[in-house]
Design a protein around this ligand. Structure first.
Ligand SMILES: NC(=O)c1ccc[n+]([C@@H]2O[C@H](COP(=O)([O-])OP(=O)(O)OC[C@H]3O[C@@H](n4cnc5c(N)ncnc54)[C@H](OP(=O)(O)O)[C@@H]3O)[C@@H](O)[C@H]2O)c1
Length: 292
């Protein structure tokens, strides 16, 4: 075999190494966007008198999930500001208290949703706000799931743990730096937990990583890049039981695919350096101003 032939083989191997994962990602985008058939959530998870617990249910995504689960026939445990995670979230007593209140109920679904985002430069964010964000976005997810896991596992019918993370987990980003860390904390914790429990056929895990959804958190109106809570929650219930991780709606899946492509560039060429601090700052300001 001559030298050219070796180069040809090497080029084919390298090409396949780069292209195959991308082709698989495109197949995943199509699958997650259009191919899921929603399970009948009632018959998949419902047991007589069963319950769903949702954190952060007073607005946005959590509120819509609560309405939906109510309409499916679940009894609801709504954990909201009264449990103020920012003030009490790092005390184990809070989680003991929640557990003791619900320990005799047949819990079928846990939705880890409550979250905050300060969206600003680290240097311009008060330390107190950073501290609250870190606590609210990480401790309740971890501690509540830890406390409730065995209850969910011991059910005869199926159970589910749904975690709202974020597409920010794909790339580190200015303005959302620490928020992004909290979201990757959630994602790694829940994905690790899923792997630890992969033999539990009766327990479905779903980690969903939305891009923008029009809520108090995003401060954006629905639009070309921004989903309504209804559309986003539609995609969540379509994905439940069909996959363990998704970006959500077709828009979000495409957005996630592009972010992952960017992430490759960032790793190799540090592409973010092309975006000056001024441009990023302008974009972020526009986002805050868009809301009336
Ligand atoms: N919207 C997006 O574009 C987007 C994108 C990616 C990920 N997410 C994630 O989606 C989840 C829901 O956010 P959202 O967009 O629906 O925002 P949202 O409308 O602001 O809802 C957040 C929920 O969390 C609750 N919460 C906040 N701080 C709390 C605290 N200290 N103690 C107890 N509850 C607290 C809020 O209660 P109050 O109403 O009392 O404040 C509210 O019910 C979050 O985890 C967020 O990170 C959102």
């Amino acid at each position: 075999m001559d030298c050219c032939c070796y180069f040809d083989i090497l080029a084919i191997i390298l090409g396949a190494y780069v292209l195959i994962p991308k082709i698989l990602e495109i197949v995943e985008v199509i699958n997650h966007s259009f191919m899921f058939k929603q399970y009948d959530i009632k018959t998949r998870y419902y047991g007589k008198d069963s319950w769903a617990l949702i954190t952060g249910c007073t607005s946005g995504i959590g509120e819509e999930i609560a309405h939906r689960l109510g309409s499916f026939g679940f009894n609801l445990i709504l954990v909201s500001r009264i449990a103020d995670f920012a003030k009490n979230g790092e005390t184990l007593e809070l989680y003991d208290d929640i557990y003791n209140k619900i320990k005799d109920l047949d819990l079928a679904i846990l939705v880890n949703n409550a979250g905050v985002n300060t969206r600003n430069y680290i240097k311009d964010t008060p330390l107190k706000d950073i501290m609250e964000m870190v606590i609210v976005n990480t401790y309740p997810y971890t501690f509540l799931t830890h406390k409730l896991l065995s209850k969910l596992k011991e059910r005869q019918s199926k159970s589910a743990i749904i975690t709202i993370s974020s597409s920010i987990t794909v790339n580190p980003a200015a303005f959302d730096a620490i928020y992004g860390c909290t979201k990757i904390f959630e994602l790694f914790t829940m994905e690790g937990l899923r792997l630890e429990n992969k033999d539990q056929k009766n327990l479905d895990f779903l980690i969903i990583n939305p891009a923008y959804v029009s809520t108090n958190n995003a401060r954006l109106h629905p639009g070309s890049q921004v989903e309504t809570t209804q559309t986003f929650v539609d995609s969540l219930f379509k994905a439940l039981g069909n996959t363990q991780m998704t970006f959500g709606t077709p828009k979000h899946c495409i957005n996630g695919f592009v972010l992952k492509l960017m992430s490759g560039l960032t790793a190799n060429f540090n592409a973010y350096h092309f975006l000056s601090e001024r441009i990023i700052s302008k974009l972020a300001n526009q986002m805050w101003e868009k809301r009336t």
